[in-house]
Ligand binder design. Structure first.
Ligand code: F6P
Length: 343
């Protein structure tokens, strides 16, 4: 019997359970068994597993997060990590492993395929939507809809109090969440990691808007955005196992500067993990389901070292390497559209 392992790694996101359910259901139809590996690569090093059957995935489709748990553990940063992964992989008798993750988790997957575990299939997830070789990752649609709703809500209170409100959204290297939720929510300025923040320009846009009679403004900033002025930096220095600093706080600095330079009362609202929690949208449930079914088909056809991807409206497979070689930053055409509404 074919045995498939599945793990979810990195930041959780809505839609992970849709993938797990689809993998188990499709595997059942094919006569395969599925072993769930808990907490990403950590579970594979520690042999922390759970058998997944139809009952185990019943009712999980609308649930956010991941029933398998997740972690940011990198086996390449653990002593003897690679060896442990190899030993457990063999012990579990895995014919294939489906790794569901973003740049970090799939980066490990791509490396493992070169280091003696070739039977890996990737499934792209991240609310940041910054993985290459796929038009969308699941989780993103839910995140932008939540952020959009929050921006809508900020509008009414900002307008009533005649304030500027800075909305800090997620997005480490790419401004996809900021740009799409900002356009959808009618933001007056959108700041993204791809373009360093020119604080003078930001204040000019806000002032221009107020000069034409508006008494409030909404500024959306991605948490990974940086200032042009090098002295305006965040202090957090602690890195995770993938070398990422813990983000958050840019909104606070920005709000302070805007208030100082414009004289308009400015508040900040950090959306944080609200964007990653809760039930997935229909789009994310369908995308996760399609990816899950595709991943099992790739196992069936022994197309290893590949990742399920959405290109146009088709689910295809691409080399894992292509997904992690470079990050997919935002489409500048989209930014130009957003700019038409600044100020
Ligand atoms: O990678 C997705 C993401 O949500 C980023 O946008 C964000 O910077 C990071 O994860 C936050 O991670 P954590 O859950 O460790 O706070």
């Amino acid at each position: 019997m074919t045995t498939i392992g599945i793990l979810t790694g990195g930041g959780d996101c809505p839609g992970l359970n849709s993938v797990i359910r689809a993998v188990v259901r499709k595997s059942f139809n094919e006569g395969y068994e599925v072993i769930g590996i808990k907490n990403g690569w950590k579970g594979l090093m520690e042999n922390d597993i759970i058998k997944l059957d139809l009952d185990g995935v019943s009712g999980i489709l609308p649930k956010g997060g991941t029933i398998l748990g997740t972690s940011r553990t990198n086996p390449y940063k653990k002593e003897g990590g690679l060896e442990k992964v190899k030993v457990i992989f063999k012990k579990l008798g895995l014919d294939a492993l489906i790794a569901v993750g973003g740049e970090d988790t799939l980066g490990v997957a791509a490396q493992l395929t070169k280091d003696g575990i070739p039977n890996i299939i990737g499934v792209p997830k991240t609310i940041d939507n910054d993985l290459s070789a796929t038009d969308y990752t699941f989780g993103f649609d839910t995140a932008i809809n939540i952020a959009m709703e929050c921006i809508d809500r900020l509008h009414t209170t900002a307008e009533s109090h005649h304030r500027v409100v800075v909305a800090e959204v997620m997005g480490r290297h790419a401004g996809w969440i900021a740009i799409e939720s900002g356009i959808a929510g009618g933001a007056d300025v959108i700041l993204i990691p791809e373009i360093p923040i020119d604080i003078e320009e930001v204040c000019k846009s806000i002032k221009k808007r107020h000069q034409r009679g508006k008494t409030f403004s909404i500024v959306v900033v991605a948490e990974g955005a940086v200032f042009k002025e090098k002295e305006m930096v965040l202090q957090e220095e602690k890195l995770d196992e993938f070398g990422h600093v813990r983000l958050g706080g840019i909104g606070e600095i920005l709000a302070r500067e805007i208030e100082k330079r414009t004289g308009y009362e400015t508040r900040v609202s950090v959306f944080g993990h609200i964007q990653r929690g809760g039930s997935p949208t229909a789009f994310d449930r369908v995308l996760g389901t399609r990816f899950g079914v595709k991943a099992v088909e790739l196992v069936k056809n022994k197309k290893f070292g590949r990742m399920a991807a959405l290109v146009g409206n088709k689910i295809i497979d691409v080399p894992l390497e292509d997904a992690v070689r470079e990050l997919k930053t935002i489409d500048m055409e989209l930014y130009e559209i957003a700019k038409e509404f600044f100020g």
